[in-house]
Structures are given as C-alpha cells and as structure tokens.
Design a protein around this ligand. Structure first.
Ligand SMILES: Nc1nc2c(ncn2[C@@H]2O[C@H](COP(=O)(O)OP(=O)(O)OP(=O)(O)O)[C@@H](O)[C@H]2O)c(=O)[nH]1
Ligand SMILES: [Mg+2]
Ligand SMILES: [Zn+2]
Length: 297
C-alpha cells in the first residue's frame, strides 16, 4: 500500500520502458516485457530530451555487430569531428568487444538470439566544429539477425523489435554485398522482406511513402570493390527487388558501401571449417551512412 501511494504522488517514478512503454519496478535492470536495459530510461530522464533511436538491421551474418562496433569506436575517437559521449558504461561494451576481437585478428562471435544478451549503446553525438549543432541522443541496439528473421516471418515473435522500429527515427539496413555480387538471390529476398516489414511498421497514412530515412549499406564491400564506385548502380543490377521497393515505398533512402577489414587471411577453426581472419582493420564507408541518416532527421 505504501509503495502505491508513493507511486501515485511522485509522478513518473513507475519507470515506463523506453522501448515498449511497459511499466517496470524502479529496481528492474531489464524491462520485464521486452528485455531492453532499464538503464536507457534513466539516461533519458537525465538528458531531459527524447532520445533518437537509430536501428541497425540486417540478416544474420551480414556484419551488423562488426559495423556497429567500429562505428561507435570511430565516433568515440572523434572521427570526422563528431563528438560522441557514451552514456552509461554499458554503452561501451559493444565497441570494446568488437575492437578486442579484431585486434586479436578474429571476428566477434555471433549475437545471441536472447534479447537480454544484446548490447545496447546510448551515445550523445554532436558535430564539434559546427556552431549550434544539434545534439542527438542516440540509442543503437545490436540485435541478432536470427531474431529479426523470426520477427519478419512471424510478426510479434520478438515484440521488442516492433516496438523499437515504431520508435526509430532512422534505420541502417545492412545487405551482404559480397553475397549479392556472387549471384545469390538470398540477400535481395531477405532485404525485400525486411523493407516490406519496415513499410508496414513505419507507415503513417495509407498510400503515402514512408518518411523515415533508411540507409541501405552493402557490407563486406572489400570482396566486391565495385560497390564503392556506384552503390546505387550495384543495387539496381544485383539487388533489383530491393531497389524497386525502396523506390516505390520509401521517401528518403540511399545506398552506401562499407567494409571494415583491409585484408583477410584464411585458416581453420576447431571443427576444421575454413574461416576468415581479419588481418588488419581498415574501415571504409562506415561513417557516411550514419552521417546521412543524421542529416535527414
Ligand atoms: N570481408 C569482410 N567480412 C566481414 C566484414 N564484416 C563482417 N564480416 C564477416 O561477416 C561475419 C559476420 O559478422 P557479424 O558482425 O558477426 O554479423 P552479424 O550481422 O552481427 O550476425 P548476427 O549476430 O548473427 O546477426 C564475420 O564473422 C566476418 O566473417 C567486412 O567488413 N569484410
Ligand atoms: Mg551480431
Ligand atoms: Zn520494454
């Protein structure tokens, strides 16, 4: 009874989850409905601004974890005069893990499907040189591609993904450029399903195009360097279904190419599978999609 009164008198103490808005007790670490970290809401309360959520999406194994880890690391190192301050030490975990693995010449392990194992990053980003530059409170989770695939196939399997996308101000969709270049239709079909799902979640009025900016990033472009010269042309040729749905349903979209590693070596793991080892980190085209999304917000 005592707690009930306290909640009633001090408005806002009930802590609605930032992502799904379910009410949680004040001492909860993760949301009991969607497993998003409750630290997010505490940071958002301190900022007194609504955070802006940018979601990185893509199939399993396209390179989301590597991309996001390196992006955050570049921002933290003030690349391109961006100033990025992590809010909460948990925000540094993803970047720490990815950089540690890559420095040891290994790729990080795949992201677990369980929502409470995903890394979430909360950063305050601004451009240092520009006067009166807007400050973005960015929330970027690293989700598992398999969870996303399950949600796209059967909506409501992972409620957190839908809530997250409904709240997203922008999205970065990764598509495996190397696989598309080799002639596989899988990346095109997966991306088509994903964009159709996004269209359904983000759409505001029937018939109108989706206004949310979506950067479509061709990953692993070190395998197909022609992506860098003309990502839009590459997509028209190798990802035609994706290119068409973007054109007909999305107001703001743009294609980019990215690659994180400079050279790869090959070896075998314990199960004698041939696996690539990153010999050195040479990020290319990592910041551009992110900069573009911010400029369109
Ligand atoms: N050549 C090349 N390979 C890459 C690059 N980035 C990632 N990879 C390869 O792609 C694999 C998957 O990368 P992740 O970042 O773990 O993929 P993910 O999208 O997070 O996958 P899930 O966690 O399963 O959703 C890595 O193990 C690498 O083999 C890149 O820039 N170049
Ligand atoms: Mg991952
Ligand atoms: Zn929640």
């Amino acid at each position: 009874m005592a707690t009930k009164t306290a909640h009633a008198t001090t408005k806002g103490v009930e802590f609605p989850c930032l992502i799904c808005e379910a009410k949680n007790p004040a001492d909860a670490i993760v949301c009991n409905t969607c497993s998003a970290p409750m630290a997010l809401i505490q940071e958002a309360v301190i900022q007194e601004r609504d955070p802006c959520i940018v979601t990185v999406l893509g199939d399993s194994n396209v390179g989301k974890t590597v991309y996001l880890g390196i992006l955050l690391d570049m921002l933290a190192k003030r690349a391109d005069d961006f100033d990025a301050v992590p809010k909460g030490a948990y925000s540094v975990n993803l970047q720490h893990t990815v950089v540690s693995y890559l420095s040891a010449r290994q790729f990080p392990p795949k992201t677990a499907v369980e929502v409470d194992e995903w890394h979430w990053a909360y950063y305050q980003v601004s451009e240092r040189q520009r006067k009166n530059a807007p400050i973005f409170d960015l929330v970027m989770p690293d989700m598992a591609g398999e969870a996303l695939a399950a949600e796209v196939a059967n909506p409501k399997t992972f409620a957190v993904i839908r809530s997250l996308l409904e709240k997203s101000a922008g999205a970065v969709v990764l598509v495996d450029g190397a696989m598309a270049a080799s002639g596989s239709a899988h990346p095109d079909f997966f991306a088509l399903k994903l964009m159709t799902y996004l269209d359904g979640v983000l759409q505001c009025k029937r018939g109108e195009k989706v206004p949310t900016p979506v950067a479509i990033v061709l990953s692993k472009a070190d395998y197909c360097p022609e992506c860098f010269d003309d990502p839009t042309g590459f997509a028209k040729t190798n990802l035609n279904r994706l290119s068409n749905i973007c054109d007909s349903r999305f107001e703001k979209y743009r294609f980019f190419a990215t690659s994180v590693v400079g050279a790869l070596g090959y070896g075998s793991d314990e199960a004698q599978n041939v696996v690539p080892y990153p010999l050195h980190i040479a990020p290319r085209g990592v910041l551009e999609p992110f900069e573009w999304v911010l400029s369109e917000l």
